[in-house]
Design a protein around this ligand. Structure first.
Ligand code: MG
Length: 200
């Protein structure tokens, strides 16, 4: 139980859970480092380049504050009500900085419901993402309001949004996420981040 009254995936009195947590953060750090090096190695980007990103356990982490009972039992509205913001994952700000420098448009496609839009943008502001992704980011966050949140339905939703972005004339260079639902065919490359804590 942390100071907010939530159980955590990470028992900070247990060396094994701390070790797993640090290993997890290290792998995320390494993955974004590799993504940054990959982008820097490209001599030329396609026209209208875009990258699509998931949010939870992709750019923000709830692991140290999660209920530990599965993501759907984590009451998002409770996070909102208590104004508990999630920290940024390692190297995400460096990655977003490079995207801004290279003129890559960022889109977020998330399983979070649209009632969390303001809270999500506030969280981006808290961790310093807003100057990097643009103050108009609300228009580039796609949220899921379906009642059935099974893996294949969320995956179809995310794929449809990637198609819409592609149809608008963007070339989706890469999609980054932590679940299989974050993979699809409208992006040239897929980056699947480590998540040893939960699958959806
Ligand atoms: Mg996620």
């Amino acid at each position: 139980m942390n100071s907010f009254g939530f159980k955590s995936f990470v028992d900070f009195t247990n060396p094994l859970t701390i070790k797993l947590f640090l290993s997890y953060l290290s792998k995320v750090n390494d993955t974004y480092t590799n993504v940054i090096l990959f982008l820097l190695s490209k001599n030329q980007l396609p026209s209208n380049p875009a990258i699509t990103l998931d949010i939870d356990e992709t750019v923000l982490s709830s692991i140290s504050m999660e209920s530990g009972e599965g993501i759907w039992l984590c009451d998002y509205l409770e996070w909102d009500r208590k104004q508990i913001f999630f920290p940024a994952l390692p190297k995400v700000k460096e990655f977003l900085t490079l995207c801004k420098t290279l003129g890559i448009t960022i889109f977020f496609i998330t399983g979070r419901p649209s009632s969390m839009l303001d809270f999500t943008v506030q969280n981006f502001d808290e961790v310093g993402f807003l100057p990097l992704v643009g103050n108009d980011i609300k228009e580039r966050i796609y949220m899921f309001d379906g009642t059935e949140r099974s893996h294949h339905i969320v995956r179809a939703f995310k794929e449809q949004k990637r198609k819409e972005i592609s149809d608008k004339g963007y070339n989706i260079l890469m999609n980054i996420g932590d679940q299989v639902s974050d993979t699809g065919k409208y992006n040239k490359y897929t980056v699947l981040l480590e998540n040893p804590y939960y699958t959806i």
